[in-house]
Design a protein around this ligand. Sequence first.
Ligand SMILES: Nc1ncnc2c1ncn2[C@@H]1O[C@H](COP(=O)(O)OP(=O)(O)O)[C@@H](O)[C@H]1O
Ligand SMILES: [Mg+2]
Length: 498
Amino acid sequence: MMEHDMGDQRKKRKQPAGKWKFLSGVFFTPATVFVLSLLSVGMLLWFDRINERQRMNFDLCDALMDIQIKATSYHLWLEEAITGDTAVDIRKVWDEIDLAISLSEAILNGGKSEHGVILQPLKDSSLRKRMEDLKPLLTQIKKIGLQRIREPEVAGIGSAIDQRFDAVFKEFQDKAGALEMITEKSQLRDQSRSKRLFWVILLSWVSIVVGATAGLWGGEVKRRRAEEALAKVKDQLEIKVKDRTGELGKVNDQLHLELNEHRKTEEELRNSEKQLRSLSSQLLTAQERERRRIAAELHDELGSSLALLRIEFALLEKKLNEDQTELRERCRRNLEYIEQVADNVSRLSRNLSPYLLEDLGLPSALRSLLSNFGKHLNVRVTHDIPEMDHLFSEDAEITIYRIIQESLTNIGKHAQARHVSMVIHIDDDSVCFTVEDDGKGYKVEQALNKDPDERGMGLSTMSERVRILGGSFDLWSQEGQGSRISFRLPKKDGGMFS
Ligand SMILES: Nc1ncnc2c1ncn2[C@@H]1O[C@H](COP(=O)(O)OP(=O)(O)O)[C@@H](O)[C@H]1O
Ligand SMILES: [Mg+2]
């Protein structure tokens, strides 16, 4: 509750007072200050014009007064001259009236005043009209004066000419006086006007200065507030960045730890994979050696025993009499049986150890394997096997032979194929082997993912053998569309046999 009140107070303090807000927000906008400036410039020009007019009116008054003085002097001196005053210089009399006429001319059309002031041609039409009425009166006064001087006997004081002279002079005085009064009045009006204008201009300038100051002040205050807010946000940001950097540092350390652990595990995995590979390689080598040993045993022991047995039975048969037909028949059947067993033993030993490989080389051994397979299972076999001298090491050749042997065994066991083809393609640095059949096919994924207890090891042993030799292995098959095994091996190197 307390905190709430304090917050309100703070808010109130920060709010500018109502009037001030109105002045700074509504009145002293840049637009109003600009308009005010324009207005004050206009008023200044107006002020100047009024002053100019005042000055002109002043000059006009001055000139009018001079004209009146000159005309009055002329009148006085002329009367004195006519009454016979010899002290009067008659030329001065004419100079006075001429000066008055030329002054009135200067007032109308511009020229110099009595005191050397330059007079502008009179522009105000009503004043001009009055002045134009005044000027002929002066000429008339001069003309009557001339007449009076020329004919003093008829133009004396109280004569008809004198009366006319006085009448014209009076008219001149009245009109000049009226003109002077009008001019003076206008001057007075202008004076008070210019005074008012001066104050208005002063006021508007004060407003402009106040407005501009208020604008600048307001801007400054806003800028300061924005700066403060920015500094605050910056501080907060810095704190956040610091926190985040700390967190990131921790995460980074954790990541480093995990990475090291991961690397260690990877290293261990690689080592155990290496061991596994070497183990399986050793296993396959041992298996191969064992097969050879059994094959040799079969060939040497069982083969020779069977050969001995065959000789024994042949001798026995010869020794039997012609009438011992039943025994002879038995001997013959046993001989046939021994022959069959010997055949089987020799095939078994051939399968166990591909001695043809050692004798004739890989291409011939493969061709023989394929033709035996075809004959045995009554399947059409086609092949394209190029010569491959010295492309692979001896152990690699045995592995290749075993892989193809297993793929043919699979075809014989599972495919029910009618046609089998084998193609070997030699590239620049590797050789590609492909065995294809047109049998019933199978689901590769399923065959590979079968439970290890259920499935045979043929496919995985094949791929393992290829992997040991550093090659790539590929299986393709679809149900009802046959199957294809292809593998690519690097020439003479790669793998553990090389
Ligand atoms: N050429 C083939 N045609 C049809 N099925 C095959 C062929 N080769 C392999 N298979 C299938 O793949 C399975 C796995 O083969 P393999 O690993 O050699 O084990 P095994 O031959 O001992 O069953 C076989 O059981 C068979 O279902
Ligand atoms: Mg198999």
